[in-house]
Design a protein around this ligand. Structure first.
Ligand code: BTN
Length: 331
């Protein structure tokens, strides 16, 4: 059963800024008009703004800048019904929280989002700065029950799906830097972190974590990120509606997960990777297990390994590593 606030917000959103009468809301919810008014005041206190006019009703004029669970529920695409989500004020890491909830038996798929993480994790054991409530920290939990080999391109597939969503959302083309960085220009706007628990040669628990810098952090960037990070808002030149983005992202990830699980993603993966790949044709250095390999990137193979041409010899495949740019692409 959706919460009363979610139903009210769905009605208001369906009118796209038009009027919804208090009487109609009261009828729809089976509550009194005074009770509707009380809910509207509660929403106002949570950061919404409305116009309220006698004989016309209510009109939505502003939404909260941070995550608001009933609004997020109201914005979720219809096909996500049945899926559950949990928004937390603060958590150590949404990935760790999803792992705990999967272990405790919560039905999958589900998502955990937080306004702040105290121990946000990046790839290769790095810290993911997570104290901006206008950014997105989200993890989705799945139980795919497939062999680990099937999952090799999972993060890459999700990364390009995210890129396409962001391209549609911002009107600006992002890029993916193998394996998991989302860039606008040469600055990082987000990243993905996949973690899994394998039992008897099957992936039992799968956690997809997504961190996105959405609007500029109220207290600015930490010094080490100032020259490397960007936000979606900076990329498109206007503030981004965090709840709308989060809802669209969840819808997209769920759809992409189903396509992947059914092994229907391969052609689309090749197409999207070619569109968003920022490395193809560039000379890079790949740091892998303490060794450096410099060469020209020739895309990825169908298992998601990076293809590097080091000048002499055959094309080499790398499944893991950290890429840095050597020089700009040839004109
Ligand atoms: C990276 O680029 O290194 C990956 C960053 C992934 C960060 C997200 S934020 C939500 C989820 N929870 C975490 O602790 N990490 C991921």
């Amino acid at each position: 059963m959706p919460k009363t606030e979610t139903v009210i917000l769905r009605e208001l959103l369906a009118r796209e800024g038009g009027w919804v009468s208090g009487a109609a809301l009261a009828r729809r919810l089976g509550i009194s008009r005074v009770a509707v008014w009380q809910r509207m005041e509660r929403l106002r206190a949570a950061g919404f703004s409305f116009e309220a006019v006698r004989a016309r009703g209510y009109r939505l004029t502003g939404r909260p800048a941070t995550l608001h669970p009933p609004l997020l529920e109201a914005l979720l695409p219809v096909r996500t019904r049945g899926f559950s989500l949990h928004v937390m004020d603060e958590v150590d890491s949404t990935n760790d929280e999803v792992a705990r909830q999967l272990a405790a038996g919560r039905p999958a798929p589900f998502a955990v989002l937080a306004r702040r993480q105290t121990r946000g994790k990046g790839r290769l054991g790095r810290v993911w700065h997570s104290d901006s409530p206008v950014s997105l920290y989200a993890s989705l939990g799945f139980r795919p029950e497939v062999e680990p080999e099937r999952m090799r391109t999972f993060t890459l597939w999700m990364g390009v799906n995210l890129c396409e969503l962001l391209a549609n959302f911002t009107g600006v083309e992002p890029g993916i830097k193998w394996p998991n960085d989302i860039l606008f220009g040469d600055r990082k706007a987000g990243g993905l972190l996949t973690e899994a628990r394998v039992d008897a040669d099957r992936i039992r628990d799968l956690i997809l974590g997504i961190g996105l810098n959405v609007n500029p952090p109220p207290r600015g960037w930490p010094a080490e990120l100032a020259n490397r990070a960007t936000t979606l808002a900076d990329a498109c030149g206007q503030p981004v509606d965090l709840n709308r983005l989060a809802a669209a992202l969840i819808g997209r990830v769920l759809l992409a997960y189903e396509t992947f699980r059914e092994d229907q993603h391969r052609d689309r993966f090749a197409e999207l990777w070619a569109r968003f790949d920022t490395l193809r044709g560039r000379t890079v250095t790949l740091l892998e297990g303490g060794r450096r390999h410099t060469g020209e990137v020739r895309g990825v193979d169908d298992e998601g390994a990076l293809l590097l041409h080091e000048g002499r010899g055959p094309l080499r495949r790398f499944r893991a590593g950290e890429v840095t740019f050597e020089r700009p692409p040839a004109a």
